[in-house]
Design a protein around this ligand. Structure first.
Ligand SMILES: Cc1cc2nc3c(=O)[nH]c(=O)nc-3n(C[C@H](O)[C@H](O)[C@H](O)COP(=O)(O)OP(=O)(O)OC[C@H]3O[C@@H](n4cnc5c(N)ncnc54)[C@H](O)[C@@H]3O)c2cc1C
Length: 448
């Protein structure tokens, strides 16, 4: 019989945290047993920021014991693996053979199950789309105990609704995904320093043909400097382009980082003064990069320090990420940046990019501008995010549910009016709400 232990769990933002009974299934049989309990949510590596993979006083099943590779086709680059396999494990095994995941988010410590459930995106969303674009099919354990395959042809409604479905339609057990052929594990990178928002938007447009594009914005800047930052664009580097030194080991992989934040830092460490110093440092580092950058620095710079989330202290932090349509986007971005600068809530890491077309039902991305801002949790934060929600909603935008922890049910329903279509699919596959979580109760993502 599968055992469970009680544990206080949170997402990457350490906010909110709730106790649950946690199990680590090691076989289909154990997954079935735990699903049979009801009131369960699958969890991967816990890199969602908020309450996506926690379940107060109910059950959480962590998928990472089932992380094996099942089949690999070197000619097509199609990998079949268990859903607890992480991008880190895939990179470590396949990068030396000349393959990388097609979609890489800002950390490699995410499981395939988690990547599907949040339909994750990376720096190349405008060119490659989100995770759905590299998934051929997956197998999923449903609430009734059956395991079915979902793809664009089989159980297509189940397939599409799982991208952004937050683990609420079943436990994904295995997936067939496409990897990308590469000649080297390096990227040719260019950085463009911009003085304000107008220059930023113009630069994003000017460099739109680059496959990878992402910007850092100094959200503390005001007045004529509002929206200043550094845009970084890049392409996968070919072998012939690398320097002779780098050509000696063109498919080099990352080392496990030894740097770590050993304990929760006191809350006062992050304040307006320290964040201004950090912003100056980021601006300097971003603006003076090497031309060829290893994927570890290019995709996953934050992975270089383990447990960096402890730097925000025990009160935790949120990542507020929204997307708004391009039309009217400049005015909305200006307004939001002004609100942030005057809010008294300290913005920490701010990432800006242009997204391409979206897919899925509750999947986040759509064609427009996205900005992600980290804020430490304070008393003033929730009322402030309510104000931001209103501006985002009025601009025709929405929040990334995979990062959210504060959104109101009513505002969510307005931001994602297609939620009713998703609820109908939930009612078809999980009519008794066997799969449930803190976010499903907060946002009403339940069959009725
Ligand atoms: C530093 C950092 C940078 C990030 N950058 C990006 C980015 O650039 N783009 C982006 O899109 N995201 C980004 N993220 C968010 C992250 O990619 C997603 O939250 C991802 O889903 C986390 O995967 P996980 O394995 O940790 O899943 P968890 O956080 O454990 O769970 C996430 C969701 O997946 C569900 N789930 C997990 N496993 C299964 C399964 N087997 N079956 C069904 N459902 C399952 C859970 O129920 C939950 O709803 C970033 C996160 C961090 C910490």
């Amino acid at each position: 019989m599968i055992t469970e232990h009680q544990e206080l769990l949170a997402g990457w933002g350490n906010y909110p945290a709730t106790k649950a009974l946690v199990a680590n299934p090691r076989s289909e049989k154990e997954w079935k047993e735990i699903v049979n309990h009801g009131n369960i949510i699958p969890r991967g590596l816990g890199r969602s920021y908020g309450d996506q993979a926690i379940n107060e006083n109910k059950h959480v099943a962590v998928s990472t014991c089932m992380h094996h590779f099942l089949r690999w086709d070197e000619t097509s680059g199609v990998l079949e693996c268990e859903a607890g396999a992480s991008l880190e494990e895939i990179i470590t095994t396949f990068a030396p053979r000349g393959w990388l995941p097609m979609i890489c988010p800002g950390t490699k410590f995410v499981t395939i199950g988690g990547a599907i459930a949040n339909d994750i995106h990376g720096k190349a969303h405008h060119a490659d789309g989100s995770f759905i674009n590299c998934v051929i099919s997956f197998t999923i354990l449903l609430a009734n105990g059956n395991i079915v395959t979902a793809s664009r042809d089989d159980n297509a409604d189940l397939f599409i609704a799982n991208f952004g479905g937050l683990g609420l339609l079943g436990a994904i057990l295995t997936a067939k995904i496409r990897l990308r052929k590469i000649e080297t594990t390096y990227f040719r990178q260019k950085s463009i320093k911009v003085k304000n928002l107008e220059e930023m938007l113009a630069a994003v447009d000017q460099y739109k043909d680059y496959n990878y594009s992402v910007a850092w914005i100094d959200a503390m800047a005001t007045g004529t400097q509002l929206g200043r930052g550094v845009l970084t664009v890049g392409e996968s580097a070919k072998l012939s382009e690398l320097t002779p030194e780098l050509q000696k080991d063109p498919l080099k992989i990352h080392k496990i980082s030894k740097l770590s934040v050993p304990f929760f830092l006191p809350g006062f460490v992050l304040n307006n003064f320290t964040v201004r110093i950090l912003n100056a440092l980021i601006s300097f580092v971003q603006n003076s990069p090497k031309e060829f950058v290893h994927y570890e620095k290019f995709f996953f710079p934050l992975d270089m320090i383990n447990n960096w989330n402890r730097g925000y202290g025990k009160r935790g932090f949120i990542q507020y990420q929204f997307v708004i349509p391009e039309k009217g986007g400049a005015e909305t971005l200006r307004k939001i940046l002004e609100m942030i600068a005057n809010s008294g809530c300290t913005p920490f890491l701010n990432v800006f990019k242009k997204m391409g077309d979206g897919q899925g039902i509750l999947s986040f991305p759509f064609n427009g501008y996205t900005l992600a801002i980290d804020f430490p949790v304070t008393k003033a934060l929730k009322p402030f995010t309510r104000q931001l929600d209103e501006v985002v909603l009025n601009a025709g935008g929405r929040l990334y549910l995979g990062k959210d922890s504060m959104l109101d049910r009513e505002v969510f329903q307005k931001m994602y009016p297609q939620y009713k279509e998703w609820i109908a699919i939930k009612a078809k596959y999980d009519p008794n709400n066997v799969f449930t979580s803190d976010i499903s109760r907060r946002l009403g993502l339940e069959a009725r």
